[in-house]
Design a protein around this ligand. Structure first.
Ligand code: E4P
Length: 218
C-alpha cells in the first residue's frame, strides 16, 4: 500500500520523507491556502522533497479553464498529477486531459457511480473521502469496498486513493480492503508507527540494562 501525505506543509513533508515511507503527496486549495504561498512555489519545493505523484488541484470550475489550468500545472514537474473536482465540467475536462496523457486525480468522490464515471474517462486516481462520509453518519469504508469491487469487475487500472483519513484505523481498514493508496495528515502517519507498549517495553529494557551495568566489574 502506498502512503501519501495530505499536506502542503514543507516541514511535515520533510519529516515524513525522512522516514522513507512517503510515496507521494496530495494537496487541495484549503491546504495550500493555509501555507500563505503560491501553489507553484509550494509545488516546486514539494517535488524536490518527494519523488512520487504530487497532486495539485485546479480552482477553475468550467472545463475550458480547467483544461488550461491543468496543462499549466502538469508542465511544472513530471511528478505532478492534476486534481479535478468530480463535477460535470470536471468529467469533460478529464476526458480531454487523459487523452493527452496527463495524469488526473478525480477528487471529492462520494459515491460508487462517480468513481465508475471517473474510471471510464481514464482517471489515473480517484479520491473517495471516507472521513467526510463518516462525519455524516455514512460508512465511508463501504464506498472503498464498492469501488474496489466495481473496478475489479471491469479491469479498470484507476488507482483508489483513500482520502479524508482521520485516524490510523482508517488506514488499516483501507489496507485490509486492498486500496492502492492512503493519503493522510502528518499526525496520522506519526500515530501509525507508535504503540504505548513499545515505549514501555523499551523503557524497561534500558532500565534493566542500567541495573546490570552496575554489576559489571569496573
Ligand atoms: C484528499 O486529497 C483531500 O485533500 C483530503 O484528504 C481531504 O481531507 P479532509 O476531509 O480532512 O479535509
Amino acid at each position: 500500500m502506498k502512503f501519501f501525505l495530505d499536506t502542503a506543509n514543507l516541514k511535515e513533508i520533510r519529516e515524513g520523507a525522512s522516514l522513507g515511507i512517503v510515496d507521494g503527496v496530495t494537496t487541495n486549495p484549503s491546504l495550500v491556502a493555509k501555507e500563505g504561498r503560491s501553489l507553484e512555489e509550494v509545488a516546486r519545493e514539494i517535488c524536490d522533497l518527494v519523488d512520487g505523484p504530487i497532486s495539485l488541484e485546479v480552482i477553475s470550475i468550467e472545463s475550458k479553464e480547467m483544461i488550461e489550468e491543468a496543462r499549466r500545472l502538469a508542465r511544472l514537474h513530471k511528478n505532478v498529477v492534476v486534481k479535478l473536482p468530480m463535477i460535470r465540467e470536471g468529467v469533460k475536462a478529464l476526458k480531454v486531459l487523459s487523452g493527452e496523457g496527463i495524469r488526473v486525480n478525480m477528487t471529492l468522490i462520494f459515491s460508487p457511480s462517480q468513481a465508475l464515471i471517473a474510471a471510464k474517462n481514464g482517471a489515473y486516481i480517484v479520491s473517495p473521502f471516507v472521513g467526510r462520509l463518516d462525519d455524516i453518519s455514512s460508512e465511508g469504508m463501504n464506498l472503498i469496498s464498492d469501488i474496489l469491487k466495481i473496478y475489479d469487475n471491469y479491469g479498470f487500472n484507476t488507482q483508489i486513493l483513500v482520502a479524508s483519513i482521520r485516524h490510523p484505523v482508517h488506514v488499516v481498514q483501507a489496507a485490509r480492503l486492498g486500496a492502492h493508496i492512503a493519503t493522510m495528515p502528518y499526525s496520522v502517519l506519526e500515530q501509525l508507527l507508535k504503540h504505548p507498549l513499545t515505549d514501555i517495553g523499551l523503557e524497561k529494557f534500558l532500565a534493566d540494562w542500567q541495573k546490570r551495568k552496575e554489576l559489571l566489574p569496573k
